[in-house]
Design a binder for this molecule. Structure first.
Ligand code: SF4
Ligand code: MSK
Length: 650
């Protein structure tokens, strides 16, 4: 193994299977990255423009403007805004699908879906301005009527011609004022995406600050719009998660079972797959082919969705998707949308695995497509997919090599369950959390989210950042592939987590029986973090806006456009956000300065980039300490890095 391969991942299952790929000549994302060579510097710095065909143009010392005269700041801001538009579109289109499914469920037009959380339905109805007066949560027809009205209202949020997004008013009062003063309160979700595409096309908006004003409005339409619709309506349909135990990493698969992987983002189809794999008739079919049962495992955010609500084990995060197939034990991998690598197709062909696309929006050339249309036939179609996997069990070829490692974890934390966990049903509120932040046992809160990226050692940056934060008594909330990375290292069990946490945080976690790192769901569930921050503000004692909280955000190994949209909606909500890897704006001096400094004067939040994990964590901790000081919270503590903490333990 050469030096580069050695630092490809810190995850042992990943390294075990990667070594097999090396021996068998199976090409993975890391190998393809090597073949790509050094990435183009103009792209890395964000100063390559392909917006019209007089170009592509790139900014260098020799030529400071594109053919049309666009400078580095305009070009980088346009590219950045387009990434926000793409990210917001992905999260929001997901939300739209959920709204449509809710409407079908309310009309009784879809087998397998029902309204699981009526309390949440009523809560969503309230902020969606749906009248529930005289409606009874105990009566089926009332529940369906409210669900139908909520679904229609949610769908309206995508294309309404007047007014602003209803969910945006859930933010603290002070935040609402800022957005109104700056004129960035989002209108209809689709409109904000379309307006970015218009303003960034050739010859329209050519002032980086003005471009980012729309970038911000679109990002807010994601976090406080499309993503929030997705999260809330999924909770209504499939149940609001509660803390539960599960398992994580590629060792979750079983040699004597039919193994099925679900991968992508939307739980609409995977929820039905969960149902089908528990169906007695289907299990009997599995027995007929000699299997002891069906083992379902998830990858990426589909994994997080079914983990949060059912405790279905997680096979791995983004960079492990190809390796799941290399186990030789996967009868079917069912993929929907987002973060699905085309490279899966070639790897699946080397094994018996049936790779199946199920969304009409996402086909892969040469791969079996079995579109599951939400509606009366959805469950029947899903059962056919599961039966196909079962019938593929006898076709395994070659050796099965499932790694032996998997780790226990706790997941299922939401803004609602954090409240109950900390306060108990007797005192269900954010008061205990706020009190522990005020008294300094918990120094602050960090949201550590996002992807994996082949440019950095897989999971390594996530783990180093999270370990340093918890060692310094910072409570960490996680979503997406970042959460999976930490879970694989055992930090999502109260026992192991407490060993790594600082004394104050460990004390709080031991008292209430939670890990110091809380799994809060999938990428769209970053909207839960916005609401949790809002709840902390509303509870009192820590200022009157999100920007005043000892709070920071981070995406240490990001790669997706969705991460940029998420980063910007957190910044515009008042949060200091640090990205690892890099940010494609560094070739634009004024635009970079705007994102890294000036934007803070407007929104109270700003961006930073720091690939080094220690410096990355320290930036967040310093920010948290500065906010504590401003709030006049005492009990300042010496900042510890991992080396200093190890010395303490000795
Ligand atoms: Fe070049 Fe301007 Fe066209 Fe971009 S829009 S490709 S900078 S001419
Ligand atoms: S799945 S967007 S790689 S977190 Fe949400 Fe993971 Fe990033 Fe996809």
């Amino acid at each position: 193994m050469d030096e580069e391969k050695e630092c490809r991942s810190v995850d042992s299952c990943t390294n075990e299977l990667m070594a097999i790929c090396g021996e068998e000549g199976i090409e993975l994302s890391w190998d393809r990255r090597k073949l790509q060579g050094k990435p183009c510097k103009f792209g890395v710095d964000g100063v390559c423009c392909r917006i019209c065909f007089m170009g592509p143009c790139r900014i260098s010392k020799k030529s400071s403007q594109g053919v049309c005269g666009a400078d580095a700041d305009t070009i980088a801001a346009r590219n950045f805004a387009r990434m926000i538009a793409a990210g917001a579109a992905a999260h929001s289109d997901h939300g739209r699908d959920v709204a449509e499914t809710l409407i079908m469920a309310a009309k009784g037009e879809s087998e397998g879906y029902e309204i699981k959380d009526r309390t949440k339905l009523w809560a969503v109805a309230k902020y969606m301005e749906v009248d529930t007066e005289g409606k009874d949560q105990g009566k089926e027809e009332d529940v369906n009527a409210v669900a139908l009205a909520v679904g229609e209202k949610a769908l309206g949020e995508f294309g309404k011609s007047h007014g602003y997004l209803l969910a945006s008013y859930r933010a603290p009062e002070q935040r609402n004022k800022i957005w109104d003063e700056l004129g960035v309160r989002p209108r209809a979700i689709d409109r904000e995406v379309v307006e970015i595409m218009h303003r960034t096309t050739m010859g329209v908006d050519q002032d980086y600050e003005n471009i980012m004003k729309q970038g911000t409005r679109c990002a807010l339409a994601d976090g406080w719009g499309g993503s929030m619709v997705a999260t809330d309506l999924q909770d209504v349909l499939f149940g609001t998660p509660k803390p539960l135990r599960s398992e994580v990493n590629l060792g979750i698969f079983k040699e004597d079972h039919v193994n099925i992987v679900v991968h992508g983002h939307e739980p609409i189809i995977s929820e039905l797959i969960v149902l089908a794999t528990q169906d007695k008739d289907i299990l009997a079919e599995a027995e007929k082919v000699g299997a002891k049962g069906i083992q379902l495992g998830g990858v990426c955010c589909t994994a997080n969705e079914i983990l949060m609500r059912h405790g279905i084990p997680v096979a791995g995060n983004f960079l492990q998707q190809e390796l799941a197939l290399v186990t030789g034990a996967i009868e079917a991998m069912v993929v929907d949308v987002q973060c699905v690598m085309q490279g899966l197709a070639d790897i699946a062909k080397k094994f018996h695995t049936e790779l199946i696309t199920v969304s009409p929006k996402a086909a892969i050339r040469g791969v079996r497509q079995m579109v599951v249309e939400e509606g009366p036939n959805a469950y029947k179609q899903v059962k056919e997919i599961v039966l196909l996997a079962i019938n593929n069990f006898p076709n395994r070829k070659g050796k099965v090599r499932i790694p032996q490692e998997s780790y226990p974890m706790i997941a299922g934390f939401t803004d609602e369950s954090v409240m109950y966990t900390l306060g108990g049903s007797f005192r269900a509120s954010y008061r205990p959390l706020n009190d522990n932040i005020i008294n300094g046992r918990i120094r602050g809160i960090a949201g550590v989210v996002g992807c994996n990226n082949v440019k950095v050692s897989h999971d390594d940056i996530h783990l180093k950042v999270v370990k340093e934060l918890i060692a310094n008594d910072v409570l960490v909330l996680q979503t997406g592939c970042a959460a999976i990375a930490t879970a694989k290292a055992g930090l999502m069990t109260p026992e192991e987590g407490a060993k790594q946490a600082g004394p104050g945080l460990a004390e709080v976690c031991e008292t209430v029986g939670i890990p110091p790192v809380l799994h809060c769901g999938a990428c769209v569930d970053n909207s839960r973090l916005l609401i949790a921050a809002t709840q902390v503000v509303k509870e009192g004692g820590l200022g009157d806006d999100i920007s005043q909280l000892p709070l920071a955000g981070s995406a240490p190994e990001w790669m997706s456009e969705k991460a940029i949209a998420i980063g910007q909606y957190f910044v515009a909500s008042g949060v200091f956000v640090v990205f690892g890897v890099g940010l494609p704006v560094l070739g634009a001096p004024n635009f970079s300065k705007y994102l890294f400094e000036d934007i803070e004067k407007e929104y109270g939040g700003k961006w930073a980039v720091e690939p080094d994990p220690h410096k990355h964590a320290q930036l967040m901790i310093e920010h948290i300490e500065a906010k504590r000081k401003k709030l006049n919270l005492k009990f300042e503590r010496k900042l510890l890095d991992m080396a200093a903490r190890r010395e303490l333990e000795v």
